[in-house]
Ligand binder design. Structure first.
Ligand SMILES: [Ca+2]
Ligand SMILES: [Ca+2]
Ligand SMILES: [Ca+2]
Length: 226
């Protein structure tokens, strides 16, 4: 059984756990325990130095790793706490903001960079709905640029900021239609029931742009209450 020897290693473990269970409420045994002497923590596999322990008294955080003795009497949780710059909205480990346009797609992309982020593209239906909710709150008939485009090769869509080889694309009915043979940039819009549409990259109609940046996150462990 492993015990993290550094914050990097602990972060690595939490990332692994989250890959397997991304419900935000996973629990993983680690080898730390104070079974011998109460309040004297020992961690198997940490090679005889002072144990690495990163405790945090905060509670109720969404992401947790727990360390429990066999009896279940000791219980601690690894927590993740993230924050965003003012006006940015936190979702998981990222921050989102809606910038007002009108801007062409290229200008909108630069605007995101200028704010320390990048133009966003949803990687899941949940993330797309989150973006749509943000936009609906400020504009019930919103149109918002996303980074998906087929500028390079007509019909081959690429989305900056998505990992993996296959882009996540969720088109509105009848889209993408490359109307007028010049629609190469992606938007989501209330009018398209929060799904994607292709639109001309110089079109000024999208009045918003979704930008995203990494949140500042710190990890800690909740000390068990006895
Ligand atoms: Ca084209
Ligand atoms: Ca096109
Ligand atoms: Ca279209």
């Amino acid at each position: 059984m492993a015990a993290p020897r550094s914050l990097e290693e602990m972060n690595f473990m939490t990332d692994k756990a989250r890959e397997i269970d991304d419900t935000g409420d996973y629990f993983t045994w680690i080898a730390c325990n104070d079974k011998e002497v109460e309040e004297t923590w020992e961690c198997d596999g940490q090679e005889g130095r002072e144990p690495f322990l990163e405790w945090d008294l905060a509670s109720g955080q969404p992401d947790s790793i727990s360390a429990q003795s066999e009896s279940g009497s000791c219980h601690s949780r690894l927590t993740l706490e993230c924050s965003c710059p003012s006006k940015w909205q936190l979702r998981e480990k990222e921050c989102y903001i809606l910038t007002p346009s009108p801007h062409t797609w290229n200008q909108a992309k630069s605007a995101c960079h200028g704010m320390g982020g990048k133009m966003a593209a949803p990687r899941s239906l949940e993330e797309m709905n989150f973006m749509a909710d943000m936009a609906r709150k400020v504009d019930s008939d919103y149109y918002a640029w996303i980074s998906c485009n087929d500028k390079e090769v007509e019909g081959t869509w690429v989305c900056d900021g998505q990992d993996g080889s296959e882009p996540f694309l969720k088109w509105a009915d009848g889209q993408p239609d490359d109307k007028g043979n010049h629609q190469d940039c992606g938007q989501i819009a209330a009018r398209y029931r929060d799904k994607m549409d292709d639109v001309g990259c110089d079109n000024m109609h999208p009045r918003w742009t979704v930008c995203v940046r990494q949140a500042a996150c710190t990890y800690g462990l909740i000390q068990p209450r006895h």
